[in-house]
Design a protein around this ligand. Structure first.
Ligand SMILES: Cc1cc2nc3c(=O)[nH]c(=O)nc-3n(C[C@H](O)[C@H](O)[C@H](O)COP(=O)(O)OP(=O)(O)OC[C@H]3O[C@@H](n4cnc5c(N)ncnc54)[C@H](O)[C@@H]3O)c2cc1C
Length: 380
């Protein structure tokens, strides 16, 4: 067992931390306030190679691994959870299914553009009537010669409106329920594709979340991802890895909140001494740090297993569940450490607390993670 990052992974952590502190942190509060996505931050991530960390160089990536990728999401989320999820959705949710199930041509066209960061990716599964029960989706894809004609809408799409490439799931045979779902790679400039309502959210406010609409949108057969009927299992396998990206986001948010809390506890004086020297506050900090470290280990373990080609579905459900709950607990405690100031926008901890909540909800709520874990425990 080796608990040390490799030299390459350490170098990626240092590079992302420097970039996050210099280029992302200074505008995080303002972008949150204005609900503003900043493409120039994404472009800078592309220049650094962050948009293609786990993908081979022949597809435009930097040929590193999933552990380096989760370290990058963690470091970005430590200062700005919105930027963290932009990269996570782009890599885990759009790049991964194309890497695993795409044809060579799809990889050269789409994965390369995502890895190089000339295009932004998104993943479109959720619909108004189908969230946790994703197989209840209604969006249809009807074959018509060399095209599939897509009709319907998807909601809550991360990177919606700013993405150029969407991995979309639609029903090709409604009699088969989840076995009748097929995956597609959809270019945002296709006629019949449009972006609908933008959500105004509690947290991750500079990550755009939108509806997307298909009205007789003709997608070439060449853009089908995998075979007809394989879409649901592609969607679920994609979420297995995606969840670990969200776990990394949660670890980063919690670490950012802890770092701010430790600094404040040393400097804020009440009753003639630093509040950190009161056991009530120092015990909070100790509990926060311990839970974060446990979350980090679960997250890195799942990423390491994926990089090694070992099964990682249960581990990533566990990392997402534990790290998401930790991020929520830790950020609530961080606001408490800051007292009244923590409740204001003068300090970042209220933003961390708002951002943390989503990590218990998306890519499968934490109730769904418990179902996934329990199913694996109880399987024969
Ligand atoms: C900011 C944001 C970004 C998102 N990004 C994306 C994206 O990029 N792509 C995408 O496709 N989707 C995305 N989603 C959708 C997200 O994955 C879903 O919101 C989530 O899976 C839950 O679905 P739902 O909202 O319909 O809740 P529901 O499924 O209606 O669940 C409501 C409640 O019931 C609970 N529940 C449901 N079924 C069960 C059960 N069987 N047992 C126990 N409890 C249950 C849930 O845990 C939850 O607490 C995003 C959502 C948000 C808010």
């Amino acid at each position: 067992m080796d608990f040390f990052l490799t030299e390459e992974q350490k170098m990626i952590r240092k590079m992302v931390r420097d970039f996050a502190e210099k280029e992302v942190a200074p505008t995080a509060a303002e972008r949150d306030e204005q609900e503003r996505f900043d493409r120039s931050i994404f472009d800078q991530m592309a220049e650094l190679g962050l948009t293609g960390i786990p993908w081979p160089e022949k597809y435009g990536g930097i040929g590193s691994d999933y552990l380096s990728y989760v370290v990058a999401v963690e470091e970005l989320s430590r200062v700005c959870a919105s930027t963290g999820v932009t990269l996570s959705a782009h890599t885990s949710l759009a790049g991964w299914p194309i890497y695993k199930f795409g044809t060579e041509e799809q990889k050269q066209t789409y994965l390369r553009a995502l890895a190089e960061g000339s295009k932004i990716g998104a993943y479109a599964l959720t619909e108004p009537g189908s969230g946790s029960d994703a197989a209840a989706m209604k969006t249809t894809a009807q074959k018509d010669g060399e095209h599939y004609v897509l009709n319907g809408s998807k909601i809550f799409i991360t990177n919606g409106g700013v993405a150029d490439i969407y991995v979309v799931f639609a029903v090709t045979d409604s009699t088969l329920r989840h076995k009748g779902v097929t995956a597609f790679i959809v270019d945002a400039d296709l006629p019949g594709f449009s972006v609908g309502k933008k959500e105004h959210k509690l947290g991750i406010r500079s990550s755009p979340t939108t509806e997307i609409i298909f009205e007789n949108c003709r997608v070439p057969v060449a853009n089908r991802l995998g075979q007809e009927g394989e879409g649901f299992s592609i969607a679920m396998m994609t979420l297995d890895g995606g969840r670990n990206g969200i776990a990394a986001q949660a670890v980063g948010i919690a670490q950012g909140a802890l770092d701010a809390s430790v600094a404040y506890a040393k400097q804020r004086k009440q009753f003639g001494k630093a509040i950190g020297s009161q056991q009530g506050i120092s015990f909070k900090l100790a509990d926060m740090a311990t839970k974060i470290e446990a979350s980090r280990l679960l997250t890195y373990q799942a990423a390491w297993k994926e990089s090694e080609g070992l099964p990682y579905g249960k581990e990533s459900a566990m990392s997402k569940l534990f790290a998401g709950d930790t991020a929520m607990d830790v950020t609530v405690e961080a606001v408490q450490v800051f007292g009244g100031y923590g409740y204001t926008k003068e300090y970042p901890v209220e933003r961390y607390m708002r951002d943390a909540k989503i990590t218990q909800i998306y890519e499968g709520t934490n109730e769904i993670q418990r179902i996934v874990i329990a199913k694996m425990l109880l399987a024969d």
